[in-house]
Design a protein around this ligand. Structure first.
Ligand SMILES: *[C@@H]1O[C@H](CO)[C@@H](O)[C@H](O)[C@H]1NC(C)=O
Ligand SMILES: *[C@@H]1O[C@H](CO)[C@@H](O)[C@H](O)[C@H]1NC(C)=O
Ligand SMILES: *[C@@H]1O[C@H](CO)[C@@H](O)[C@H](O)[C@H]1NC(C)=O
Ligand SMILES: *[C@@H]1O[C@H](CO)[C@@H](O)[C@H](O)[C@H]1NC(C)=O
Ligand SMILES: *[C@@H]1O[C@H](CO)[C@@H](O)[C@H](O)[C@H]1NC(C)=O
Ligand SMILES: *[C@@H]1O[C@H](CO)[C@@H](O)[C@H](O)[C@H]1NC(C)=O
Ligand SMILES: *[C@@H]1O[C@H](CO)[C@@H](O)[C@H](O)[C@H]1NC(C)=O
Ligand SMILES: *[C@@H]1O[C@H](CO)[C@@H](O)[C@H](O)[C@H]1NC(C)=O
Length: 394
């Protein structure tokens, strides 16, 4: 069952028209051939009970779709909120806890999107190859909005998905919201970026994989797609999709490629692998960290095990001077908002310039999508690149 939720998008646009002039902090629209259209929807899986819901309701997933609109087919662009109110407050508090000035950055943050694509552009949306994108544990899909928008410039439709009860907070279009379960439910010890998993983690991974497979079922058919693009008459090509994720979302992406042949490429941004690890033929990119705070298969046995099971194209690369939270929108936003670069901030998001790390990460993500989805291979993964000295291949 798919609930149409365009109301939410329109409401955001309206609010933004009222408020942006005085308050807004606008994320610059990525340069390129396209504007990105954005819609959000709640998709409910009638075939599964949510294992975390005390009322045992059906499993419900919030998604955002960004799709490319050729610039001459966009009638109007709008500044829309980066996140709805509760999520924005949550992100502001989290940032403040890491030493950011608590002056409401996220509350005032706006994305510049195409809010009036031409009829042809909406019809053509499903012709772009589809990329799924999952957030980290107790993170939010919204904190990858800028990354998703950037990926659309390469000619991809990107669907970001939340994990209800596993994301920090999920807000539904009817006003309901679900906070993530306490971190102590998931992790025995939670020290900055290290989660020593409780036995609750592997089932959550499996739930998230089922969510992703359900979303693919929905987006591949004419009825599911209508909740995101009302005028659509057919779905995306969901037989060939790539899946990218950060942290626990990266583990979800890799696990999904092990379980579902529709996932023809997986990218794990700095996430330990959890749960069962089995053979995968699809291309796998493990994008971790090099020195001084490394994370790769030399120190993470789950990455070594994943590597051993990746029987097709596989690469491991590492970003220098990065921390675990360098891989979401946060560093770029910190730069945009002009946050003072404190020690606490550096320990959270790393010491690279935020705009630069965003550009480097998106460049490598896009190049690795081009391989499974467009049949283009790249020399970027064969060795060091003069254009990207921050990246170690190995
Ligand atoms: C889940 O979906 C099924 C099928 O539509 C429905 O019969 C059932 O009542 C739903 N369960 C809940 C708890 O809403
Ligand atoms: C876009 O603008 C053109 C010209 O102003 C108009 O004819 C058309 O109806 C508009 N399309 C949409 C989807 O708003
Ligand atoms: C929309 O697509 C149709 C069919 O491809 C084409 O004939 C028409 O010219 C297009 N309209 C615009 C405004 O591009
Ligand atoms: C979350 O877990 C911590 C540590 O176990 C505990 O102190 C806190 O009260 C819990 N919070 C909630 C809302 O359950
Ligand atoms: C892992 O695989 C085993 C054997 O197939 C299975 O019994 C178990 O349920 C799986 N665990 C998860 C978390 O999927
Ligand atoms: C892996 O970690 C080591 C340190 O243990 C580091 O020197 C190396 O650059 C890292 N490799 C990659 C690809 O990140
Ligand atoms: C927030 O505070 C920082 C540091 O004081 C300042 O540079 C920035 O302009 C402020 N942003 C807003 C939206 O007030
Ligand atoms: C492209 O793929 C082919 C076949 O896998 C490989 O031989 C070649 O080295 C690749 N080229 C680059 C630039 O990666």
């Amino acid at each position: 069952m798919a609930l149409p939720q365009h109301f939410a998008v329109y409401l955001y646009s309206l609010l933004s028209l009222i408020s942006w002039r005085c308050l807004g902090l606008n994320i610059p629209e990525p340069k390129g051939r396209y504007n990105a259209a954005l819609s959000t929807a709640e998709l409910v899986d009638d075939s599964r009970i949510d294992p975390y819901d005390p009322n045992r309701g059906n499993r419900s997933v919030m998604v955002s779709l960004f799709y490319p609109v050729p610039r001459n087919q966009c009638n109007q662009t709008c500044l829309v909120p980066y996140a709805p109110r509760l999520a924005a407050n949550e992100f502001d508090m989290e940032a403040a806890a890491h030493g950011a000035p608590s002056n409401g950055t996220f509350e005032n943050l706006r994305l510049d999107v195409c809010c009036s694509p031409s009829h042809n552009a909406t019809q053509d949306a499903i012709t772009y190859p589809l990329v799924l994108f999952s957030a980290g544990l107790l993170d939010s899909r919204l904190q990858y909005n800028a990354m998703a928008q950037k990926i659309t410039q390469a000619g991809y439709a990107v669907v970001t998905l939340d994990s209800t009860y596993g994301s920090s907070i999920v807000e539904f279009p009817d006003g309901r919201s679900v906070a993530g379960l306490n971190v102590s439910f998931w992790c025995d010890e939670h020290v900055t970026d290290v989660c020593s998993p409780t036995p609750n983690i592997p089932p959550l991974l499996e739930t998230n994989v089922q969510d992703a497979r359900f979303i693919l079922d929905q987006l591949g058919g004419p009825s599911g797609i209508k909740s995101l693009i009302p005028s659509a008459t057919q779905g995306f090509d969901t037989e060939h999709v790539a899946y990218c994720g950060h942290s626990f979302g990266g583990a979800t992406a890799v696990r999904a490629s092990m379980e579902d042949k529709r996932v023809v490429g997986a990218i794990n941004l700095d996430g330990d692998q959890f749960g069962n690890i089995t053979d995968v033929l699809a291309p796998v990119l493990l994008f971790g960290r090099s020195d001084p705070v490394p994370h790769n298969r030399t120190d993470d046995s789950t990455w070594q095990e994943t590597w051993d099971h990746a029987l097709g194209w596989r690469r491991q690369i590492g970003l220098r001077d990065a921390q675990h939270w360098t891989f979401n929108d946060q560093p770029m936003l910190a730069k945009l908002a002009g946050w003072p670069v404190t020690e606490s901030l550096k320990a959270w998001i790393g010491i690279l310039d935020g705009q630069r790390s965003f550009a480097v990460i998106s460049a490598y993500v896009i190049e690795s999508l081009d391989f499974p989805l467009k049949g283009q291979n790249s020399s970027l993964f064969d060795g060091p690149s003069q254009s990207f000295p921050e990246v170690v291949v190995g």
